[in-house]
Design a protein around this ligand. Structure first.
Ligand code: PLP
Length: 306
């Protein structure tokens, strides 16, 4: 990220400050022991409405509270206050484009790995458009790294510490010539990718691993489950075996940042014809309409900034 790409302001412990002044101690347990929970949200600019819509704020705030509870970080502020601060930051930055927002809570100052305070929090938002992979699709490879387990470093929550596992898988995938990794869990079933969840299609039925498979409780996955059910597309939430990746007619990866990325191959074996499938494309169009406020049925998922 170049200096020019950095946003002008950030929120640090409730105050709007110039981005470069948003600093924490080098001995903060949030840094030294990764005692940090976070959320990644997206804001979508709708030119017709002259409005920036933030997607599923309540669900992200609930998950942040859940992550904090598991790693015992006290909520620094009530959820509504944090959400208002995020919206105020975006108004201050005058965004009129798609943005990505990161909100994080951590143990600040100086302490050991069980320190319970002081709790710090920060929010940063920056311009971020749609990833090229949304249109192009990407190639995935099964990692030799296993997903961290719920009884070790629970992937169900969005905690920075979990991303070491994601990083190792992502680095290996790149070295092996793939765009991204698929992680299997300890049982050998498919869990998720380093930063997103997976859906595969077999015989016209979409299948996604359950939250007990070692995945983050993803907001996008949950959104897609609702959209898929509402659209009447057959859906199963069940364990997915590695070989089912090779038998899939269609597959996609999903998450707030990536939105929906068609998967073109697993381990260099083409998914279907090796190009984005028709149902994947239909769902991408539906998802785009929903997040941008062009589908009245799901408008309640959007929070306007202005
Ligand atoms: C490991 C992991 N799984 C899944 C997801 C998708 O979660 P969400 O849809 O809430 O962004 C993410 C983040 O975006 C992630 O980092």
């Amino acid at each position: 990220m170049t200096l020019q790409d950095r946003p002008p302001f950030a929120i640090l412990n409730g105050e709007i400050v110039p981005f470069d002044q948003a600093k924490v101690s080098i001995m903060a347990p949030g840094l030294t022991f990764a005692v940090l929970a976070f959320e990644g949200l997206r804001g979508y600019w709708n030119a017709e409405d002259e409005q920036l819509y933030v997607f599923r704020v309540a669900e992200h705030m609930d998950r942040l509270a859940f992550s904090n509870a598991v790693i015992e970080i006290d909520e620094p502020q009530p959820q509504g206050v944090l959400a208002d601060q995020m919206l105020a930051l975006m108004r201050k930055c005058c965004f009129r484009e798609d943005v990505y927002i990161r909100m994080q809570t951590y143990i600040d100052d100086w302490g050991d790995m069980t320190a319970s305070g002081p709790v710090g929090w920060s929010i940063v938002a920056r311009q971020r458009g749609r990833v090229a992979a949304f249109a192009e699709g990407r190639h995935f490879g099964v990692s030799s790294w296993r997903r961290n387990a719920d009884d070790a470093s629970p992937p169900r929550i969005k905690a920075s510490a979990n991303y070491l596992n994601s990083r190792l898988a992502g680095l290996e995938a790149k070295r092996s010539g793939y765009d991204a990794a698929v992680l299997l869990n300890r049982d050998g079933s498919v869990s998720e990718g380093p930063g997103g969840c997976l859906f595969v299609m077999r015989d016209g039925t979409l299948i996604t691993p359950p939250v007990t498979a070692g995945i983050l409780e993803s907001v996008t996955r949950r959104t897609l489950i609702e959209l898929i059910r509402d659209a009447g597309i057959p859906l199963e939430i069940r364990d997915v075996g590695r070989t089912e990746l090779y038998l899939a007619e269609e597959a996609f990866y999903c998450g707030t940042g990536q939105e929906m990325v068609p998967i073109l191959s697993f381990d260099r074996k083409p998914v279907g014809k090796g190009e984005p499938g028709a149902t994947t494309r239909d769902l991408q169009r539906l998802y785009d309409a929903v997040v941008r406020g062009r589908n009245a049925r799901y408008r309640h998922w959007l929070t306007p900034v202005y």
